[in-house]
Design a protein around this ligand. Sequence first.
Ligand code: ADP
Length: 468
Amino acid sequence: MIILRSVRLRLTLWYVLLLAIILAGFSAGIYLLLRHDLYGNLDDSIQNRANTFMDVIRYEEDQPTLAGRVSSDDPNAGESFVRVFDASGGITFDNSAVAGDVPTDSQGIDRALRGETSTRTVTADGDTMRVRTLPIERGDGIGGVLQVGQSQDDVSDTLQALLLILAVAYPVTLAVASFGGAFLAGRALSPIDRLTGLARRISAEDLSQRLNLKLPDDEVGRLARTFDEMIARLDEAFRRQREFTADASHELRTPLTAIKGQAEVALSKPRDAAAYREVLQTVNEEVDRLIRLVGSLLTLARADAGQISIASEAVNLPELIAAAVEQVRPVMGQRDVELHLEPGPAVTLRADEDLLLQLLLNLLDNAGKHTPSGGRVTVGWAVTEGQVEAWVRDTGVGIATEHLPHIFDRFYRVDKARSRTVGGAGLGLSICRWIAEAHGGSISAESALGEGTAFVVKLPVGARAAAS
Ligand code: ADP
């Protein structure tokens, strides 16, 4: 049903259908109520007339009759009649001739002679009459029967007029409501059409565009703003993705170019074994660098894709820190950097031991790389309010304030040329941050240029891994 794909049409149809049902119920209600009232009034009026006639019943030779005052002068003549029957059912008074040939209703007369009043609707000469038959009480017995009839035509005419009005008003109201409903639905939905048209123009290639619709703060306005916010986030995500790909390609190219250069130089003329050995050594170092880089890239890509499952195991933090310190101690020794482990409280974390070790080794490695000989690296931890704080502090070169907010960004290096010589691609700290956050924690850095840097990792003690 292609046509029903329009919300406007569907809304209008629902609205009209609902209105049709309500109007039909309302009209039927009015009609039935009026009909009930009008017939009730007619019956009351007949009863009143009957009461009046009862008062003027006279007996002539034991036969009940009316005092003769009811004649064709009666204002109701032609529309009503009155009959009187004696105790044996014989007619003693009848002016029904003026109201057409109304049947006598012998059943009603029999019932009246038994003391019961009855009312019937009869048709005479095309006229519909309401006929009431009542007993005429005389002493303890029944002296005869009074029958009063009145035409229903007035009531029928009124009801027919009402039906006619309703029959005209019903479709007219529905038609007006349909047009009104379609107009209002169209007005309410037109911004959505505009929104769709604009949204269609915003493609993945041109995420810089925004709807920027000036709409009030209603459902449609909020939809348009949410759409703009979503496009902004997508734009940012695409931008980061492009940057990441460009940076990664650049970082991969550097060692590959170095390897290619070494190979070309080696192949340019015959050389002795020692020269080849030297080239192979350089190539080997570059390949190591490539392996580390690809490893880091893989870690970040899998972390982004949520593919790394984070274990939640009991980790003895002091032991883990001690193990990390021992692992880097020889390298620090070679660089003549003093490594100091501060004593701390016993604490067990629920965390992924391998990832925490990687985080600590990254921080220690950085501290070692950026601390000149004679410097000092201090490692410690403390427990505060259900969280563990571990720090790696050095007396190294420090980080300038303008760089500090960016050092956890991917591929961010403070001094590109210098850092490359010590082997980093600017991914270490972004991996550290991911590990800390994946555990529901955080990492921060404080630094003073020329004095040193401190990295602080905060982890919840009992927290399970925050991401999986
Ligand atoms: P890389 O792998 O290149 O070391 P990182 O992400 O680990 O990259 O670090 C980003 C930058 O932060 C580095 O280029 C370095 O300049 C700076 N940095 C990190 N740790 C320290 C530190 N302890 N002292 C001074 N600078 C640091």
